[in-house]
Structure formats: C-alpha cells, structure tokens
Design a protein around this ligand. Structure first.
Ligand code: MLT
Length: 262
C-alpha cells in the first residue's frame, strides 16, 4: 500500500489493474479503507482519496465559502484525470456514497460499476440539519475529539473490538477541524438523490452492516430495489462502518462483486 500526494491531492493506493475508487465516510479519511487496501485481489487497483484534499485542490469559489458534495465529486474527477483514469468502479461508504451520487450526476460515463455502502439517497431532514449546525458549533468550540466522542457510538456496533474503536478515534482526532466542518456543511446542503437511482444503470453493490443504526439495512434494501442492476450484501454483526468493523466479510462481498458484478 502506498501513500501519494499529487497536486495537493492525497490518496492511498494498492494493487494493479482495473481501478476501484473508495470514498470515505464522515468524519474520517482514506485511512478507514486500509483493511481493504491490504487485501486487493489480483487484477485490481484500489484508490482511496482524502476528500478534503481533493476539494481543497479546486479553484476557489468566489460566491461561497462552504464545500458542497459537488466539490468533492469534482475533486474525485480531477484526481482521476490526473491519474489518466477514464472509467472505474466508484463507490463509497456513507458520506462517500453521497459523493458517489454527486459524481454520477456530473459524470456517469466515468462509472463501470458503483459501490454504495452504509449510505442513503435521501437528503438531510430538518432535524438532521439542526444537528449538523450543532456539530459545526461543537467542532469549532471543542475540536475533533468532541466529534469523536459523539460519533463513535453511532459508527460502530456495541460489540466492536476496543482496538477497532481506538483506531477509528485516532483517525478522527488527526483530522483538521476545518475538514470536519466542511463535510458537515456539504452534507447538510446535499440534494436528494433518490430519483437518480433508476438512472444508475451500471452494476452496483449495495452493502450494509447488519447492525448499522445510521443507515439501516431496510433502507439499503429499498435502495437496492430502486437500482436497475444491484445486488445486496449484509455484513453480519457490523455497525455503520462495516468495512472497518468486519473487514474480512466486507472485502469478501466486494471481491465477489468484482469477480461477478451481477
Ligand atoms: C458518515 O458515516 O459518513 C455519516 O455518518 C453520514 C451522515 O452523517 O449522514
């Protein structure tokens, strides 16, 4: 596994072959994909970017100060351009799924397949937006540690091993507060992607942790039913960060999809 920075865009990469782009959740970074990058099947190249560095590489927007999901999506497209990758299997977990929807709206021709893990197509409810505003205040006042305290019980199931919880905390606490704030602003402003699902005609893998309480399994089932060519994998015992909590089972579901997408 290698760590690269090109034009200020940071990403982790492993393997060689057809590209698979893995977009991380909130409030994390590319680091959360380390278990999958350590287990890349032959003939595949996994690329996991840090979304904050991609958005930061875009030209400044004169009309606004906050990042949007489209900025992250344009950043992913910019990284793929820079790496001379026309098409890839592209997907993400939770917020990474929101970015996947935005990128599909911008550049559907980039996708040879999609991965939608522990995510949902709906926009934030009013209640969720109020909570995002509160979290923006929290990160401004108390920093990433307070966000880790609040988010950890939602990200992992109660049965998650202590060393996994410690690793997730480490990833959150090393993020700049500004990256957390920008992601909160982008998530609360994101549009509803439900109508896009029917147009996502590429093969798709919907994957969800059985114990995910943020984006539960029944929502994943509804999303699969709306996608033209999707299969569903439920990861037994996993919470929201299914790939971190049950890395082997998640990687197996991913590998099965890569070998036989439908
Ligand atoms: C994530 O895991 O990316 C977040 O929990 C998603 C969200 O808060 O909507």
């Amino acid at each position: 596994m290698q760590h690269h920075v090109v034009d200020g865009m940071r990403y982790l990469e492993a393997g060689a072959g057809w590209p698979v782009v893995l977009l991380h959740a909130f409030p994390l970074s590319a680091e959360m994909w380390r278990p999958q990058l350590a287990d890349v099947p032959d003939g595949w190249r996994f690329i996991a970017p840090d979304l904050a560095t991609l958005a930061a590489s875009l030209p400044p927007q004169r009309d606004r100060t906050s990042a949007t999901m489209d900025d992250y999506a344009r950043g992913v497209a910019g990284l793929l351009d820079r790496l001379e990758i026309d098409r890839a299997i592209i997907g993400g977990l939770s917020m990474g799924g929101y970015v996947t929807f935005a990128l599909y709206r911008l550049s559907p021709e980039r996708f040879s397949g999609a991965i939608l893990a522990d995510t949902r197509p709906q926009a934030d409810s009013d209640e969720a937006k109020t909570n995002r505003t509160r979290m923006r205040e929290l990160v401004a006042r108390q920093g990433p540690r307070a966000i880790a305290d609040e988010m950890l019980p939602r990200l992992l199931s109660r049965e998650a091993a202590p060393e996994i919880a410690a690793e997730v905390r480490r990833i959150i606490e090393t993020l700049p507060a500004q990256a957390i704030d920008a992601a909160l602003a982008a998530m609360m402003a994101r549009p509803d992607s439900t109508a896009d699902l029917a147009r996502m005609s590429i093969p798709a893998l919907v994957v969800v942790g059985e114990r995910d309480e943020v984006t539960p399994a029944d929502e994943a089932e509804r999303m699969q039913a709306r996608l033209p060519r999707a299969r569903l994998a439920v990861i037994p015992g996993a919470g929201h960060l299914a790939n971190v909590e049950r890395p082997h089972e998640f990687s197996q579901a991913l590998h099965d999809f890569l070998v036989a997408p439908m």
